[in-house]
Ligand binder design. Structure first.
Ligand code: HGY
Ligand code: MN
Ligand code: MN
Length: 410
């Protein structure tokens, strides 16, 4: 019942069960502090209990399972990932890491085995930052580094983070109670899909993450002048959309021209949005990532200058705000070495690679040593319903994670 193969099959079934809990029928979208988040937490808490853990929901809405250690007073090993998703998401991003962590504890529990250290499995509540714009809200609550000002951020319906917590029967003034101290945590281990093409191109099922790229998120508001599409000569227009378009292409050109830097405009809204009206107002987001923080900050500065220059040339106004920044996070050498030994023990050629995607491990790195196991993504596809990892690779992931737990016994 608790062989890695059987546990992997159980994980795949549970992946589908969680994927059915969505705000939008037919696609997977599950944002922070929604009823769907509440339902997913309840399901995961049940699975944690079946695996021999006590479970609870913390002050930030993270779901937490605890598996006692032989010496339960020792600092805990935290393992897990996130349960929230992007819009029209794949079903493995985040959820696979939580479910593999539960599967490993279930294997220990089934064998009557206790590690010397306690294990805490975490289903983080908000890694993607889709609802309130800033990422890692669940893991930053656990590290105690959540900026209280974040509580005033609002979602697209105008509801504040604080109000959404209240609707979730939580209190924004008590979110600090979710925090662990540095002395409480041995390390954090996260299994996650690679979300890129490297492991598949190397024909490797798993890899060791070396570092998680830093990221900056900008919001840009361009204000021009709405006008009649038929009567305003081209030279007299103050077209907010053409200025924004020049800014969007500048993001692409600047980031493409720098090594290990990527830039994305994921959201663009134009108003009033009529076929015969010159757009007077445009807003868009910019997401810049880089392995090196200096390069990222240089790219962001150049992007901001380019957007402002485009606006000035077109006689419109540009307001640029940096609303989220996460520095690059290195994985701990001892954790990388333990994961590498575990991968070799599983009969897999080890591969070390950086993560272009952000992960809760980047936030957790401010509290403790972190390590990440990557599993191969078919076609390198993610943040897309076609996102997929195979049963065999999930089986390998469970074997590797169990081997890491043993490696960390020392
Ligand atoms: O955006 C990211 O990199 C992650 O999926 N939150
Ligand atoms: Mn994601
Ligand atoms: Mn993720």
């Amino acid at each position: 019942m608790n062989s890695p193969e059987a546990l992997a099959r159980q994980v795949m079934g549970r992946i589908d069960a969680l994927a059915a809990i969505s705000e939008t029928p037919g696609i997977l979208t599950r944002r922070y502090l929604t009823d769907e988040h509440r339902r997913a937490n309840a399901l995961v808490a049940d699975w944690m209990s079946v695996a021999g853990m006590t479970s609870r929901q913390d002050a930030a809405g993270n779901v937490i399972g605890r598996y006692q250690g032989a010496d339960d007073a020792r600092p805990v090993l935290m393992i897990g990932s996130h349960l929230d998703t992007v819009v029209n998401a794949g079903k493995f991003d985040g959820m696979l890491g939580v479910l593999c962590a539960i599967a490993c504890v279930q294997a220990l529990h089934g064998a009557g085995r206790r590690m010397s250290y306690p294990i805490v499995v975490v289903g983080f509540a908000d890694e993607e930052g889709v609802r309130f714009g800033t990422t890692y809200l669940g893991s930053r609550a656990i590290t105690g580094r959540l900026d209280p000002a974040t509580l005033d951020r609002t979602d697209s319906d105008g509801m504040s983070f604080r109000q959404a917590l209240e609707e979730f029967d939580l209190d924004g003034d008590r979110i600090c109670q979710a925090a662990y101290g540095r002395q409480d945590v041995k390390a954090f281990l996260e299994l996650h899909i690679e979300q890129g093409p490297v492991l598949e191109n190397l024909n490797r099922p798993a890899g060791i993450v070396t570092a998680i790229n830093g990221q900056t998120r900008l919001s840009v508001v361009i204000t021009g002048e709405a006008g009649h599409a038929g009567t305003v000569p081209m030279g007299l227009r103050r077209d907010a959309l053409t200025a924004a378009a020049e800014g969007v292409l500048a993001v692409e050109a600047i980031c493409a021209g720098m090594e290990d830097v990527v830039g994305t405009v994921g959201i663009l809204r134009t108003a009033p949005g009529a076929i015969n009206v010159i757009p007077g107002d445009v807003s868009f987001t910019v997401d810049v990532r880089a392995r090196e923080d200096g390069a990222r900050r240089d790219a962001v500065a150049r992007v901001i200058r380019a957007i402002r220059a485009a606006a000035e040339n077109r006689r419109v106004d540009a307001r640029v705000t940096v609303f989220h920044e996460a520095t690059a996070a290195p994985c701990a050498p001892a954790m990388m070495d333990a994961i590498e030994r575990a991968i070799v023990a599983t009969g897999i050629e080890p591969t070390r690679l950086p993560s272009g995607a952000g992960h809760d491990a980047a936030a957790m790195a401010e509290l403790c040593d972190v390590g990440m196991i990557f599993l191969r993504s078919e076609g390198g596809i993610s943040h897309n319903p076609a996102e997929r990892t195979t049963l065999d690779d999930v089986t390998a992931g469970i074997k590797i994670m169990l081997a890491v737990l043993e490696e960390l016994e020392g």
